[in-house]
Design a protein around this ligand. Structure first.
Ligand code: F6R
Length: 590
């Protein structure tokens, strides 16, 4: 995680701070900047958010330099503190790092035994190494240092002896370079500088960029020149404002209908002919994107008649999973940068299995490395908790399922046609789910602080329950747990007592009788059950009737009230809704 930015060619400090504010979703434990001033590199950093850094800078003499780097941190090695904040400056060099080194201990032992360290981070090893290996040629020194590092890293480096060059290095962590009127820029993602550049380049793994004011040179780590073409990009898509809403999360929930509409419209570009019918489908992802996989399993097994296995990407990698010949791997990722998902993708490709990825962020690494990409069109999602991108991913799952079912003739043609029509109506159905906002706000008032909330369901309802529980806990910090409804009585029901809030998802007519039994069992033990249902024949304390959609699409409407519930619970409890504690939006460490 962590966000990094660098600039060469205009007053550096305001550009760095503006970029850091936009990158803050990547981590917000500490922040810092380093600028090359007339008397050398000056570094200012502190624990806390970018606003704390801005306050600190306001009390200091202003920066005047035009070459600078900045960082906003999500702590991995070393607690959040002033000392562990980046940039790390040593001798003639200053560096910001996103990623994790795997050989920092070995490098310390081999090269840096006598060097005094001022932080507990792996990243300071890079600054110390640059200083230790410096031979008077900054580019050579950066390349030699990069070659010694193992692990993941995106670096922006300043050298006091190279006042015209910003050095950038990449292996496994994202890094983009752009040129525009403000000069040359580099950042972890496009949103940090989209409105400042005209030309965009994406560094590949194992590449170095020497960024000048009006040009950029690319090299491999052995300094062979790389000929790189600029990439097209969408400036409007890459920037986001709150637009009158108090929080990005609420704004993004309200943007869901348009995110789904754009995604459904883009489905025409999906080329079903590029896929032979696989023997099995493996879906792998993290967090909410993994929950999309859990819902996709039901949709694709029904439409495609292919067994689907869903795995959390970090665990996918913990197994020795021989992927059978003829399989298809599908990854799902909003950011397109999640380290474990990327590693699962690479492992699948190593085994020779084709990978289809559902990705929201263009120019991301997962998109670049996949054999096939379905881009969701959710637009920029700023709030750390995903909302509109999650529903857009579900829409992508439905569109892919229908296109492949048509191609492979695995479902009756009439049914496919009917579902296609329903899919084009899905944005309207999602819109119809939003007016429950007031009710969700009132319901959120009733959730007792510190008391657990349970979410249960069967089939797709179990998948919806998983996402609802994650949403509530991550933004409101209320203990929330999802349990497949039938599993409740195998242990978890012991936690139910008078008044325990339970949300029960009834999304499938064929499973509703069993859901009703589970609801009755919970009510018999005092639980306050709200049924979230496509039909109104479920008996519970209260019923939340969902807009009418085909059962296959039910999760996409069922999750909207739960997102609103989570938002209002977090608001009532005074939580930092867009940036919940300990989290970051793009998880680029394993
Ligand atoms: C939860 C959330 C996370 C992400 C997960 C994967 O609200 O946003 O659980 O879903 O970190 O991220 P992506 O989709 O970027 O791979």
């Amino acid at each position: 995680m962590c966000g990094i930015i660098g600039v060469n060619g205009c007053m550096a400090a305001p550009v760095l701070l503006d970029g850091l504010k936009r990158l803050e979703y990547r981590g917000y434990d500490s922040a810092g900047v380093a600028v090359l001033e007339s008397d050398g590199i000056r570094t200012v950093k502190c624990r806390g958010r970018v606003d704390a850094l801005i306050e600190k800078l306001d009390r200091l003499p202003p920066f005047t330099g035009t070459l600078g780097i900045g960082h906003t941190r999500w702590a991995t090695k070393g607690e959040p503190s002033d000392e562990n904040a980046h940039p790390h400056t040593c001798g003639r060099f200053s560096v910001v790092h996103n990623g994790i080194l795997e050989n920092d201990g070995a490098l310390r032992d081999k090269y840096l035994r006598l060097c005094p360290f001022s932080s507990e981070t792996d990243s300071e090893v890079i600054a110390q190494l640059l200083n230790r290996l410096y031979n008077g040629d900054p580019l050579q020194t950066v390349a030699k240092t990069a070659d010694l590092l193992a692990g993941s890293f995106a670096l922006a480096v300043l050298c006091a002896d190279a006042p015209d060059t910003l050095f950038c290095v990449r292996r496994s962590s994202p890094l983009l370079v752009g040129l525009g009127e403000d000069g040359g820029l580099a950042a972890s993602d496009l949103s940090a500088f989209a409105d400042r550049i005209q030309t965009l380049y994406r560094l590949a793994d194992g590449e170095i960029a020497a960024v000048h004011r009006n040009s950029v040179d690319f090299y491999t780590f052995d300094l062979s020149p790389v000929d790189k073409q600029p990439e097209p990009f969408d400036r409007v898509q890459a920037t986001a404002e709150k637009g009158g809403y108090e929080h990005f999360m609420l704004k993004e929930i309200h943007e869901t209908p348009s995110a789904v509409r754009r995604t459904v419209q883009a489905a025409g570009a999906f080329d079903a002919a590029a896929f032979d019918k696989p023997s099995r489908i493996f879906i792998t992802a993290c967090g909410s994107a993994y929950h999309v996989g859990e819902a996709a399993k039901f949709v694709w097994e029904e439409l495609l008649g292919v067994p689907v296995e869903v795995g959390i990407a970090s665990e996918f990698r913990s197994r020795t999973l021989p992927l059978p010949e003829g399989s298809l791997v599908v990854t799902v990722s909003q950011s397109g940068e999640t380290a474990d998902t990327l590693a699962a993708l690479r492992e699948s490709k190593r085994q020779g299995v084709p990978v289809l990825s559902i990705v929201n962020v263009p120019h991301s690494t997962i998109a670049a490395e996949s054999d096939h990409v379905f881009y969701t069109k959710a637009g920029v999602e700023v709030a750390v908790a995903t909302t509109k991108a999650y529903v857009a991913q579900l829409a992508a799952v439905y569109a892919i399922g229908l296109a492949l079912a048509e191609r492979w003739q695995t479902a009756p043609g009439q049914r496919i046609e009917r579902l296609k029509k329903e899919l084009s109506r899905l944005p309207a159905a999602v819109e119809e789910a939003l007016p429950c906002e007031r009710r969700m706000r009132e319901l959120a008032e009733t959730l007792p602080a510190g008391e657990p909330v349970f979410f249960v369901g069967r089939g797709q309802g179990a998948a919806a329950a998983m996402e609802a529980a994650l949403k509530l806990k991550e933004v409101s910090y209320l203990p929330a747990q999802s349990v497949p409804a039938g599993e409740m009585k195998h242990g978890t029901i012991s936690l139910i007592h008078a008044g325990t809030p339970v949300f029960a998802f009834c999304l499938n007519e064929a499973l509703n009788a069993r859901m009703q039994s589970n609801i009755d069992e919970l009510r018999a033990r005092g639980a306050a059950v709200t049924a979230v249902s496509l039909t109104d024949d479920i008996r519970a304390q209260s019923l939340l009737r969902l807009p009418q959609v085909p059962e296959l699409f039910a999760v996409s409407v069922a999750v909207i009230p739960m997102q609103l519930l989570s938002y209002y619970a977090a608001r009532r409890l005074g939580c930092d809704i867009d940036k919940p504690r300990n989290l970051a939006k793009s998880v680029t460490v394993e």
